[in-house]
Each structure stands twice: as structure tokens, then as C-alpha cells.
Design a protein. Structure first.
Length: 423
């Protein structure tokens, strides 16, 4: 009968889910977090633990160790130790302990059933933790354990970091009442602004997960962000991703979507939308560079309506888009030919099988895009110009252009476009 690697079963737990629970700690985890509460759970195989404070230096361990892993200092020689446990039995002070043993799903269920009365009275059950239970092998035995607990009417919570194949969640979902995500607690404890954190919300999001995320967000430090799972999936599918890869994707960076681990997107610089509006207002002339950069479509003071200004702005955008595309193609060519990234190529799917670098089209999906920035700023500016210049006629366009060139230094009474603007 197959067994599962368990290093502890802790009873009367009140912080691992609803009610009073029995928490089963599994060995083995794909992560190596520096702040891990249970570092002895990271490796899947049994490990010998030694408590120096309890050790009396009696030498009983060294006398019985078949691998001679305990010398005169009685410290553990990790290179020789095979975690056979012989020294654990010989230690009179209990200074040595074997962390991890194989337990069958039936054995775990029998242990959990001893506290059925507490589960029933408190609304509790069993929480599977670790280590990382979703990485435990053989995983079909984890599924069977959940099914056996479910058949006994015992609530099953899974405490997971989520760093396991998506298919495992599908396999276990029918026998699980709730997934506890440690990442939410990590967000709350560390309060990191960079890297930023987010949660994806869909119609299937558990209410408790959503409420916990909202509880963290309302503390006011800006995390986590909330994104619409359905919208992200639709965007990824529309871009040619498979449904499986889209489900594993999400948002990153400045909130662009991507198929994580499967997609390469080469950054080639930003497309400055407010700057193009400035050039539009001044007939394509850049007073900072002191030369003509855009199309000579006329100065803004010659436009008779907001629609004429907007039409000129669109034409300038099209003009600079062509220039940006040519530049982006050159940049991508430089990346592909002169700037290989071996590490990214190793961890991005299909690069090795294709024999191509991440920057040279090796990834499963290779995406080129222009990153338009300043959308909020240019929206405020256009709205302010439309309202103050064309609709209410509070500011003549000629005066606005002059004030802008002087950075409003001599016209404090003129509201800057977008500043405290209320239409």
C-alpha cells in the first residue's frame, strides 16, 4: 500500500480554518522561503533532527550508527546520514528525532476520526498543510485521502501556496471544502509594494477568499489589486493562447496580460501619448528639442473646433506609431541577435525544445506590443481643453499655448489642463 510523507499531525488547531481542526503536515515543498515556519518540511524524504540543548554528549548515537554519521562531537554528518532512525531509538535524552514517516490515507483518516466530536460541535475538520500537500507524492493517494475524509463527513481544507500543476486542483476539488492560500497572509504580513500583488476574481471565487482579500486591501496600503479573471482569459484567448495556458496566466508589470512561463514579450520602450498631444498643439514642433518632430498640421489656435484638434491628434499618433514600429523592430532584432538570456530560456517553455533563445522566438508565444503610457494624463488634458477652451471659452487657445511654453509661471490664474478640473 502506498504511503504519504507526513512529519506531524497536530490536533486542536484553531488557526488553520473553521472551528477546531486536525492539521496534517506533509513533507516536501517546491519553495525554499527564507521565512519558512517549518523548514524541516521542505525535503520530501525523512530527516534526522538534533537538539543540541537536550544532547548530553553520551555518545550512544555514535555507538549504534551504521553509517558512522555521529562522531565524537555527536553532531550529524549530513553527507553520511541516511535517516535510518537507529540513533533516535538509542538516544536516552530524546535529543534526536526523525522528521517524517510514511502514512497511508487510511491511517491518517483513523487518526482524524478520533476527534469527530470536536469537529461536529465547532464546525471544524481536517486541514492538509505542509510543506506543500499539493506537491506530495504519490498525488493520487492525496486525492484518495480527501475522498475518504469526505466520505466520513469530515470537512477538508487545503493549505497551499498554489505552486503545483493546475490539474491537481481539478483532481482534488470535488473532495475539498476550501483552499487556504498562504499568499494572502504573506501579503498582509509583509506589506510589500514591490513586487506588487493581486488577486483574480471570478464568479467562482470562494466568498471567504474574497472577504479575506478585501480585509487586507481596506487597510489602505494599496495591495492587493483586484482583476477580473473572465476578462483576462478572454484577452489571452483572443491573442491566440490555449485555454490551458490562459488559465495559468494573469497580469504583470503595468497590468499587461501574459501566459506566464510560456510567453516572451520584449520591452522596446514606451509610447508617450501626452507628448504627442503637446506636439499636436504646436504644429508638430518640439520646443524642448527645438526642432520639428511631428507633422505640420497647423497650430492649435487655428483649429475652429475640438473635433479638428482631435483629428489632428489622431494623425500625429498614426505618424509616430509608424516611427515607433520601425524602432521596435530594430530593438527586437538587436535582442535576438546580440542579447541572449540563457536563464529565461531555461525556465520558459518550448525554448529548449525549439533550440532557440527567449529573445529569438524560442517561447511558445512571442508577443510584440506597444506600451502606450500617460492615458490618464492625456484624458485629463483633452477633457480640460474641450471644456475650458471650446465649450466655456474661459481660456483662449493662444493664451493657453503661451502659458504652457512658460510652464504657467506667469499665469497662475490659468488652471493647468487636468489640475483640479471639474466639468
Amino acid at each position: 500500500m502506498a504511503s504519504l510523507p507526513v512529519f506531524n499531525i497536530q490536533k486542536y488547531c484553531i488557526h488553520d480554518g473553521d472551528g477546531i481542526r486536525t492539521t496534517v503536515f506533509f513533507k516536501g515543498c517546491p519553495l525554499r522561503c527564507a521565512w519558512c515556519h517549518n523548514p524541516e518540511s521542505q525535503k520530501a524524504e525523512p530527516q534526522l533532527l538534533w537538539d543540541a540543548e537536550k544532547c548530553t554528549q553520551c555518545g550512544a548515537c555514535a555507538a549504534v550508527c551504521p553509517q558512522r554519521a555521529a562522531g565524537e562531537s555527536v553532531r550529524v554528518n549530513r553527507e553520511r546520514c541516511r535517516s535510518c532512525g537507529v540513533c533516535v531509538q538509542a538516544c536516552p535524552a530524546g535529543a534526536r528525532q526523525l522528521s517524517g514517516k510514511g502514512m497511508s490515507p487510511e491511517e491518517i483518516v483513523e487518526t482524524a476520526k478520533k476527534d469527530l466530536m470536536f469537529y461536529e460541535q465547532s464546525g471544524g475538520g481536517v486541514t492538509l498543510s505542509g510543506g506543500e500537500v499539493m506537491a506530495a507524492e504519490p498525488f493520487n493517494e492525496v486525492v484518495r485521502l480527501c475522498r475518504l475524509l469526505h466520505e466520513e463527513g469530515i470537512s477538508v481544507f487545503v493549505d497551499t501556496c498554489g505552486m503545483t500543476p493546475y490539474e491537481r486542483f481539478d483532481a482534488i476539488r470535488a473532495y475539498t471544502d476550501c483552499f487556504l492560500y498562504l499568499i494572502l497572509d504573506c501579503m498582509d504580513d509583509m506589506k510589500l509594494l514591490q513586487p506588487s500583488s493581486n488577486v483574480q476574481i471570478s464568479r467562482k471565487t470562494p466568498q471567504k477568499f474574497l472577504l479575506r482579500a478585501c480585509e487586507i486591501s481596506r487597510k489602505g496600503w494599496g495591495q492587493p489589486a483586484f482583476y477580473n479573471t473572465e476578462a483576462i482569459l478572454q484577452e489571452l484567448l483572443a491573442a491566440g493562447k490555449s485555454i490551458e495556458d490562459a488559465r495559468r496566466g494573469g497580469t504583470s508589470g503595468c497590468v499587461e496580460t501574459g501566459a506566464f512561463g510560456n510567453e516572451a514579450y520584449i520591452l522596446t520602450g514606451y509610447f508617450n501619448l501626452p507628448k504627442i498631444l503637446e506636439l499636436t498643439l504646436y504644429n508638430g514642433y518640439d520646443y524642448v528639442a527645438d526642432r520639428q518632430l511631428g507633422l505640420p498640421l497647423g497650430s492649435a489656435e487655428d483649429f475652429h473646433s475640438y473635433e479638428e484638434l482631435l483629428d489632428a491628434y489622431h494623425k500625429q499618433i498614426d505618424y509616430f506609431l509608424d516611427i515607433k514600429m520601425k524602432g521596435s523592430n530594430i530593438i527586437e532584432s538587436i535582442y535576438a541577435n546580440y542579447m541572449p538570456v540563457p536563464f529565461l530560456s531555461i525556465i520558459t517553455n518550448d525554448c529548449i525544445s525549439k533550440g532557440k533563445d527567449y529573445n529569438a522566438g524560442g517561447a511558445r508565444y512571442n508577443t510584440s506590443y506597444l506600451q502606450g503610457v500617460g492615458i490618464g494624463t492625456v484624458t485629463d488634458c483633452l477633457a480640460a481643453i474641450r471644456y475650458q477652451v471650446y465649450q466655456e471659452k474661459n481660456i483662449p487657445m493662444k493664451e493657453l499655448l503661451r502659458a504652457m511654453r512658460e510652464d504657467f509661471a506667469n499665469d497662475p490664474q490659468i488652471p493647468q489642463p487636468g489640475a483640479e478640473f471639474q466639468p
